[in-house]
Design a protein around this ligand. Structure first.
Ligand SMILES: [Zn+2]
Ligand SMILES: [Zn+2]
Length: 405
């Protein structure tokens, strides 16, 4: 009897081993990507008729670990990618998408508040260091006068970073440092500001801050994305967001919470929360009129103790499909379905390598140190030369250090 049991036990063990060895997947291996409830950046191809929208900044001008300031990435099944606003803190969220920088060369800025353009210098100049080898293209509105327009702002930005640019010119392949600025009239109503590769972007005026704020409408392949940037409720958004597949509009904290959570005075809370920005009830009213397939509200500190009140107040005026966004929320949009998920982000991510071949910089345009600064440099040849020798030997080069004394 005991021998039989031993035999059966051994047989079962062998069978388990065979099953284990023969199995294609261990029991802990993730399911197929299409079944996942979480989006892992750079692991899913888009369908040829599909749009992906990623929230890279949904918060306020004072950024916090959970929420950067306004930034939205739109990726299309034809390979095109667009950034709408580029607010403070969003660049690291963008890095988490693992997209080579050559694809991140189109930025549409709805208005020139820091929470909608604060990370532009970082994307512009930071992007050149490793791998954007094409010019950065910017679209933004004019202002009431020339000095308040996007072109003037970009010119000042170039002047502000003249030292940064000076360190890179003639040192790296700096083609990505070139800026292509496309300023368009802020008061154009549904005017085409971009049309390439089957994609059309239009602008409509917004009412926010000063003259010179706009909202955007992107249309491609029968899909329509509408992005408000900042605005109080306005007739242009209501009219032109109608029929959108996804319509994003600011939805500020209600004045009650601006007082209790953010320390605003009552008058300030009312003015900022309803006359300078859009309260949840006003957001709901806008969406009730525009009736998009999906309404997305953003631009508030979205937490367990604020979201319920914001949602309740939106629901007083709107009963359609609704998401209140936080950073890393992702929407896959097709004609049949809008699927929303959260991203799982790789904190260890490095910038994706350059796709184009780098060209050697024209070293003649490099700016040199003065004799004074050079006189202070310690070349440490006994330390530095072996580092050069190691590389030169490995790659068959003959590179020499700049500082030799
Ligand atoms: Zn603003
Ligand atoms: Zn804003």
């Amino acid at each position: 009897m005991r021998a039989v049991l031993l035999f059966l036990g051994g047989f079962a063990a062998c069978l388990s081993l065979i099953v284990l060895l023969g199995a294609k997947h261990s029991p802990t291996k993730a399911k197929a990507t299409t079944d996942r409830d979480v989006y892992y950046p750079a692991t899913e191809d888009l369908g040829k008729d599909e749009m992906r929208v990623v929230a890279l900044g949904t918060g306020m001008p004072s950024v916090r670990p959970k929420q950067a300031a306004a930034c939205w990435l739109v990726e299309l099944g034809n390979g095109d990618k667009f950034l709408f606003d580029i607010g403070s803190g969003c660049h690291e969220r963008l890095a988490a998408q693992k997209i080579p920088y050559d694809y991140l060369n189109k930025v549409f800025i709805g208005h020139l508040h820091v929470d909608h353009m604060g990370d532009l210098p970082s994307l512009w100049l930071g992007g050149t260091v490793m791998n954007r080898l094409v010019p950065l293209r910017i679209w933004g509105p004019s202002g009431a006068t020339k000095e308040f327009g996007t072109a003037a702002s970009m010119q000042k930005m170039k002047e502000m970073y003249v030292w940064d640019i000076g360190t890179r010119s003639g040192v790296i392949d700096f083609r990505g440092g070139e800026l292509e600025v496309n300023e368009f009239p802020f008061n154009g109503i549904n005017e085409v500001i971009y049309q390439e590769n089957g994609v059309t972007v239009r602008s409509i005026p917004a009412v926010h801050g000063l003259d010179g704020a706009v909202s955007f409408i992107l249309e491609w392949n029968g899909l329509k994305f509408v992005y408000g940037s900042d605005t109080i409720p306005n007739k242009w958004f209501v009219e032109h967001a109608a029929g959108a597949d996804i319509a994003i509009h600011e939805c500020f904290l209600p004045p009650t919470l601006l007082v209790t959570k953010q320390g605003f005075a009552p008058k300030e809370a009312l003015m900022v929360g309803t006359q300078g920005h859009t309260s949840p009830e006003q957001f709901g009213k806008v969406m009730s009129l525009a009736k998009p397939r999906l309404a997305v509200g953003y631009h508030f500190y979205n937490d367990f103790d604020t979201e319920p009140e914001v949602r309740d107040r939106v629901r007083r005026t709107y009963d359609g499909p609704l998401d209140l966004a936080v950073d890393y929320m992702v929407w896959n949009v097709t004609k049949e379905e809008i699927r929303v998920r959260m991203s799982a982000v790789d904190e260890e991510v490095w910038p994706s390598p350059a796709l184009k071949k780098k060209i050697a910089p024209d070293t003649g345009s490099a700016i040199n140190f003065s004799e004074f600064t050079i006189s202070g440099a310690l070349g440490f040849p006994e330390v530095t030369q072996p580092i050069f020798d190691e590389i030169n030997e490995k790659y068959g080069t003959d590179i020499k250090p700049l500082f030799t004394k």
